[in-house]
Design a protein around this ligand. Structure first.
Ligand code: SF4
Length: 99
């Protein structure tokens, strides 16, 4: 399984301020119905600028099972030790709040 290091928006914590959207260079995030959403995961560079911008701790990073351009962002095949193993991110439901 191939996973990408991507931001997960915790909808219950998001206040809709939009700071993360402004901080995201490749415009991977957008506001949808007042909540930040990772609308373009393909363009995400896994650089975590959005987390630094969020005042409400509403963004977490996780390895999500994705396919796409392997030269954009951080990718793992699950073989290397990572803070959140790729297989765990796929099983623990972290992806459910990424819309
Ligand atoms: S910076 Fe945080 S609170 Fe503001 S829109 Fe983004 S996720 Fe929501």
């Amino acid at each position: 399984m191939v996973c990408k290091w991507t931001p997960i928006i915790v909808a219950d914590r998001c206040t809709g301020c939009g700071l993360c959207v402004d901080a995201c260079g490749p415009k991977s995030l957008a506001m949808v119905d007042g909540i930040a959403v990772l609308t373009l995961p393909d363009t995400c560079g896994s650089e975590e600028h959005c987390i630094a911008a969020c005042r409400d701790e509403a963004i977490q990073m996780a390895w999500l099972p994705l396919s796409g351009d392997g030269t954009v962002g951080r990718w793992s095949d699950g073989a290397e030790p990572r803070p959140v193993p790729c297989s765990d991110a796929a099983q623990d439901g972290n992806g459910s709040s990424a819309q």
